[in-house]
Design a protein around this ligand. Structure first.
Ligand code: SF4
Length: 417
């Protein structure tokens, strides 16, 4: 159980928690678990071509939904545009203004120029793709009219402080998510090997592949490249995680903390947003000098991923910041389902198989997980079933009384019954 606030304590100002929303469902989960703002892409002019992305109608719905909950919406218009990409841009920007989105995320100076001319009232946030690495660059972009800067991920804490001293623009810092071994995503490996262009949001992640060596006179004969006996994952960087460094970032004047991953799963979005929300709430209540309780590290391990790295926060990453054991770290926990209709016997959409008698964990909006046993499963016709299959909608009776809210997530220890 997390401690509660002593009323007399000083409450530090907390930065905005900014979450990825690859589709409407992820947006709802991000909001449910405490995001202050979400970023998303329309079908045009954005990176992350495979992130689902929002049609114009969905964009209107998403913005209304988020605003209802007091959550801001920023829309990516962050392609590196070629001349033909400008067709329809002005109309799209006007549509975004009429949709009342809260800001645009832009990387290309040409698109920025059009946005400042056509929709000057819409705040512009500079994408990390613009690779701001020094205070002079930050000042340049600020003079161009951006109100928020997301610098390159290759900056140390000291360099972030340097930006803060130079510009009044808001600073938005990536705190969690996948890392590229190239400069903030400027990479042609995917385009070269698979024809999918990372700079147009379509990366196939070949940096995570296993590689072998071929001697040209022996085609078909694959020689292992061994960094160790397990093989070689040449460029497989661990994931960024600055969870335990947030007080320093807050002290350095970060205005927004951004979670990477519009292409990641619903469970990733929910569990990571929940973790960072809980951490920010904890530090707001307990003060920035109080260490996080052990439950935060435990939760982080349950989320899984590729292991954690603080990247350039203190110094340049060493070889220990690469994951050589495979492409991911086994989290030992798997998604079980998502609550589609809340209540004491929630209607749950299963994401993996589970059965009567299984123990599952319900993720409440803080970090107080509720462990319960499934005592009965009923299908939508009211028939009792022994087992849930993925994507089926089922009503669960649980041995722990509670009101399980809509959009809440359930997970299960892998093999844990
Ligand atoms: S191939 Fe890897 S390093 Fe290159 S853009 Fe994709 S994820 Fe980043």
């Amino acid at each position: 159980m997390l401690p509660t606030r002593s009323p007399e304590q000083h409450l530090p100002r907390m930065p905005e928690l900014l979450a990825p929303a690859g589709n409407l469902e992820k947006l709802q989960v991000a909001i449910h678990y405490g995001a202050d703002a979400v970023y998303l892409g329309g079908r045009r002019f954005g990176l992350r071509a495979h992130a689902g992305n929002f049609s114009d109608d969905e964009l209107r719905t998403a913005t209304a939904m988020a605003h209802d909950r007091g959550v801001k919406v920023y829309v990516t218009v962050n392609i590196f545009a070629h001349q033909q990409d400008f067709t329809g841009l002005e109309e799209y920007l006007i549509f975004l203004r009429e949709t009342a989105v809260d800001g645009l995320i832009i990387a290309d100076p040409g698109i920025l120029a059009v946005a400042r001319r056509v929709v000057p009232e819409l705040p512009v946030h500079l994408s990390t793709q613009a690779n701001v690495t020094n205070p002079e660059s930050a000042a340049f972009w600020e003079a161009c009219g951006v109100s928020r800067i997301n610098p390159a991920r290759e900056l140390s804490l000291a360099e972030i402080k340097g930006l803060r001293q130079r510009v009044a623009a808001e600073l938005e810092i990536f705190v969690h998510g996948a890392l590229c071994i190239s400069y903030s995503g400027r990479c042609f490996l995917s385009l070269y090997l698979t024809g999918r262009d990372a700079n147009r949001g379509d990366c196939a992640h070949p940096c995570r592949y296993r590689y072998r060596l071929i001697e040209e006179k022996r085609p078909g004969q694959l020689f292992p490249i061994e960094e160790d006996e397990r093989g070689s994952y040449i460029f497989n960087a661990k994931d960024l995680c600055l969870l335990f460094r947030l007080p320093e970032l807050i002290g350095a004047g970060a205005d927004a903390l951004k979670i990477e991953g519009r292409m990641k799963s619903l469970f990733y979005v929910g569990t990571v947003v929940r973790l960072y929300r809980a951490a920010l709430d904890f530090w707001r209540q307990q003060g920035l000098h109080t260490p996080l309780p052990p439950v935060f590290a435990e939760e982080l391990m349950k989320i899984g991923g590729r292991g954690q790295s603080e990247n350039f926060f203190d110094h340049s990453p060493a070889t220990t910041e690469m994951l050589y054991d495979g492409t991911t770290v086994n989290p030992h926990w798997a998604p079980a389902g998502i609550v589609r209709e809340g209540g004491a016997t929630p209607l749950v959409e299963a994401r993996n198989p589970f059965q009567q008698g299984d123990s599952i964990e319900f993720l409440d909006r803080r970090l107080n997980n509720i462990t319960c046993r499934i005592t009965a499963i009923h299908d939508q016709q009211g028939r009792e079933v022994a087992r849930a299959n993925p994507n089926s909608l089922l009503r669960l009776t649980l041995d722990h009384p509670g009101n399980y809210p809509r959009h809440g997530l359930l997970r299960q220890s892998i093999g844990g019954k």
